[in-house]
Design a protein around this ligand. Structure first.
Ligand SMILES: O=P(O)(O)OC[C@H]1O[C@](O)(CO)[C@@H](O)[C@@H]1O
Length: 407
């Protein structure tokens, strides 16, 4: 048994309600996926950001210091004058300060890395780089790519199909759009479009449709993940559901600041809607509908600070809980949100998704391509077949996906 398998198999005796808790994922073991993210991907992200802007010496020095700290040092706290220092203290900063980046929960260290990177580039200011998204060039390049043109042109054919076929195609567009994750592409092999096998390891979509259409008064909450080629299909799905009266209202949760390279912020939403309106054909009609829905409140935006928290959704604050509770269904997009939804732990893969999401204040659906070790809700046969065919690679390669629903 490999050490990773041993770790996955080990179930602690700690109990959270009636579910035995599994080990929290930590990036301390060379050769594991999380270790590779901290050891290789984070330095690559710093290099990419450094090359994308003509930063001055102060910013270069800050980036050098962050690189050195991540490689050899220990977690340093946010500066004393950071606007969100108290928030991060409440999110565990005092507990993890002084410890190796590799020895603290992986979810926490990744999240804090992005917060510290924004500090290094002066995002929170004051100063000339205040508010300049360090990931904007790569997000824009993707949105403006010929691949996006092709996807938008395909909407012209879709427009002639029956409504339920359109809805299914747009749901799958939103699901597989989750592969368009720029951080993941920095180090993933075989995550290109050609490998997009239709490989759903779980598909509860039959339980999702009744929630999206049972009543024309429905509210959909969609917790977005990546900008560009993921956000565009998310928006198309929302526009379709609104236009066909499957929902009356949608609430879209975006990130309050740049995060995990390509996560969608309000600026990215604006870029995506403008990309649609400027595209012509059916895409432009979707874009105009979205613009109108934003204008009259049928599509509302949220940028809650907890969207960038290094914590599971089980710890969400009351105002966010109330927002989700008011929705007919909340659709949670992507790998990171999945980790936060079920807890970033080495769960036995057959642990029921419904048990782990019972705390969630309403029906919830996860749409995710598999890009980290966390997995729940598989039947034993599916897990055995995946492992027999691929070893453990199916967990992290981004070639498999799931739709899981808890009503
Ligand atoms: O954009 P997504 O689907 O949330 O994926 C981001 C994922 O990339 C990673 O950084 C590594 O795969 C994970 O931490 C995270 O779950």
């Amino acid at each position: 048994m490999t050490s990773g398998a041993r770790r996955r198999a080990r179930v602690t005796v700690i109990r959270m309600s009636d579910i035995p808790a599994a080990p929290v994922i930590v990036a301390d073991e060379p050769g594991t996926f999380p270790h590779g993210v901290l050891a290789e991907r984070h330095p690559a992200i710093v290099r990419q950001v450094r090359e994308a802007f003509p930063y001055g010496p102060a910013r270069h020095r800050a980036l050098d210091a962050l690189l050195a700290e991540c490689a050899e040092g220990v977690v340093a706290p946010l500066p004393a004058d950071a606007h969100d220092r108290e928030r991060w203290r409440a999110w565990g900063m005092d507990t993890y300060t002084g410890r190796s980046w590799f020895d603290v929960p992986w979810l926490w260290s990744e999240s804090f890395f992005y917060r510290r990177l924004l500090d290094a580039v002066g995002y929170f200011g004051p100063g000339p780089w205040q508010g300049v998204d360090p990931f904007r060039p790569s997000k824009r390049a993707e949105l403006d790519s010929p691949a996006t043109d092709e996807e938008l042109a395909a909407l012209d054919d879709l427009a002639g199909r029956p409504e339920d076929e359109q809805a299914l195609a747009l749901l799958h567009g939103s699901l597989w759009g989750n592969r368009a994750d720029l951080g993941f592409r920095l180090s993933a092999e075989g995550a290109g479009r050609s490998a997009a096998v239709s490989a759903l390891v779980a598909d509860d979509s039959e339980r999702l449709w009744p929630l999206l259409g049972a009543s024309s008064a429905a509210t959909l909450c969609l917790v977005a993940d990546n900008a560009g080629r993921e956000l565009v299909p998310d928006l198309l799905l929302i526009a379709h559901l609104l236009a066909h009266g499957r929902i009356r209202r949608a609430v879209l949760h975006l990130k309050p600041y740049p995060y995990y390279v390509s996560d969608a912020t309000t600026a990215d939403l604006v870029d995506a809607v403008r990309r649609l309106t400027g595209a012509g054909g059916a895409a432009a009609a979707y874009g105009r509908d979205l613009w109108a829905a934003l204008g009259d409140g049928r599509l509302a935006l949220r940028t809650h600070p907890f969207s960038c928290a290094p914590l599971p959704y089980a710890d969400m604050p009351d105002d966010l809980r109330a927002d989700f509770a008011a929705a007919t269904v909340t659709v949670v997009k992507g790998d990171l949100n999945y980790r936060r939804l079920v807890g970033d732990r080495y769960w036995p893969p057959t642990t029921p998704f419904a048990d782990l999401t019972r705390y969630f204040p309403g029906p919830v659906a996860a749409l995710r391509t598999l890009k980290s070790d966390v997995i729940t809700g598989l039947d034993a046969g599916t897990e055995a077949a995946l492992t027999a065919a691929e070893g453990q690679r199916w967990r992290t390669a981004g070639t498999h996906a799931l739709i899981q629903v808890r009503t």
